[in-house]
Design a binder for this molecule. Structure first.
Ligand SMILES: [Zn+2]
Length: 122
């Protein structure tokens, strides 16, 4: 998949999350961007922190199409701040668990990391 079409697929994921009835689920992506900012993971490229702060402060829906695609392409994909699926069970990784998959670098979902740690320390 090209970077551009992958960015569009992620944009669709974010937009369908925003229509979710569950308020917590609806804000998961914005929470994830807040975590990226806290960890300094958007500081490699100019503009990414600025767009990240817009997402956190005003909501992702206030971004233009161009800003959102740019943020996804550079801030998430090029900066390796996105893991599409768990490397063990191949389920897609929820935004709420994404920061662990990225900072641990293991590409596990929460459940599989738990099972792995359980096995490791048993
Ligand atoms: Zn998994």
């Amino acid at each position: 998949m090209s970077l551009y079409s992958e960015a569009y697929a992620i944009k669709e994921r974010i937009e369908s999350d925003m229509e979710d009835d569950d308020m917590l689920h609806r804000n998961e992506f914005e929470e994830y961007v807040k975590q990226l900012l806290t960890h300094g993971l958007l500081s490699h490229e100019p503009d990414m922190e600025g767009i990240g702060k817009l997402i956190v402060d005003r909501g992702v829906s206030t971004l233009t199409n161009k800003q959102l695609i740019y943020f996804i392409s550079v801030g998430l994909l090029e900066n390796e701040n996105y893991v599409s699926e768990c490397c063990r069970c191949t389920e897609s990784i929820p935004w709420s668990e994404m920061i662990y998959a990225v900072t641990e670098g293991d590409e596990y979902c929460g459940y599989c990391r738990h099972m792995y740690e359980k096995w490791l320390y048993e």
